[in-house]
Design a protein around this ligand. Sequence first.
Ligand code: PEP
Ligand code: MN
Length: 336
Amino acid sequence: MIIQLKNNIDSDQKKAIIKKVNSFKYEANEVKTQKATYLIGIGTKEFDIRQIGNMPGIADIHIVSDSYKLVSRKWKVKPTIIDLGDGVTIGEGSLAMMAGPCSIEGEEQIVETIEHLKANGIKIMRGGVYKPRSSPYAFRGMGIEGLQLWYKHAKAAGLKIVTEVMQVSQIEPMLEYVDIFQVGARNTQNFNLLDALGEIDKAVMIKRGISGTIDELLYSAEYVFSGGNEKLILCERGIRTYEKASRNTLDLNAIPILKEKTHFPVVSDPSHGIGIRRHVEAMALASIMAGADGIIYETHSNPSKAFSDGQQTLDFRESEQLCNKMRATYELLASF
Ligand code: PEP
Ligand code: MN
């Protein structure tokens, strides 16, 4: 059960509501976000919500049978659109394209990538400055200086930044420069990180864990929301299966399932999803057909020289072609 409280509720009214909720053997968890205050009722007994619904101080009340609540579409039927400002949105009604290198490598690479993105109408640039690498000896990112340099150029070009945050202590220094905090597949269940991201007023994109289920991804999103942040995006990026012919198995099934289960935008990462450059396009277009609200992919002026993930990174010619095909695919889908 989700009860949205009126902004002007007084403490006696709130106490009375909690007492009533408890009388049905439901626990009432208070969630305060930047937008509103909610009571999340956790319990199993069936009862008629009209017994609570007309109490003073209640703006809205819903029974949500899913065990995740605030991210559930059973509560919010209408899709939530994430507004990044300056006319850039992610969610129903448009296709969000996010592209850039796996890792931010230096000024020249930042500038040439921005030029490429601008020429192709892409408004959100991806790139890692903190890189989770399987080997500790691999390139681990330029850190905050890399982000500051990137921000300087991105801001001048009017581009938004999506980048991975790996630990709680990085959030504060990154805050000013980041539009979307990416939670990487290795951190999907880092609950301390999710709690901390609940406290900020910036969008958070949570990637599905390497061996994570769809429900686990939804619970991770519930963590951020219940921590206070309602600006969420979910990302399918492939899961580990027994298949060795591709880096991961992009779970296209997850896209319509997630779209049905949550009101938040669902995007797909075909680069990590398949891990093979020449097949990224096919998986991007398939993701759009499956209902993805956006695509995040890796591109670099010279993938063979990329510091990380070159094998799955498109060069600018391939990236341009992909952009054109993604737009055409999205329009085709909209025309059905
Ligand atoms: C990335 O986006 O470069 C990345 C490391 O992603 P993931 O967490 O999905 O592996
Ligand atoms: Mn990568």
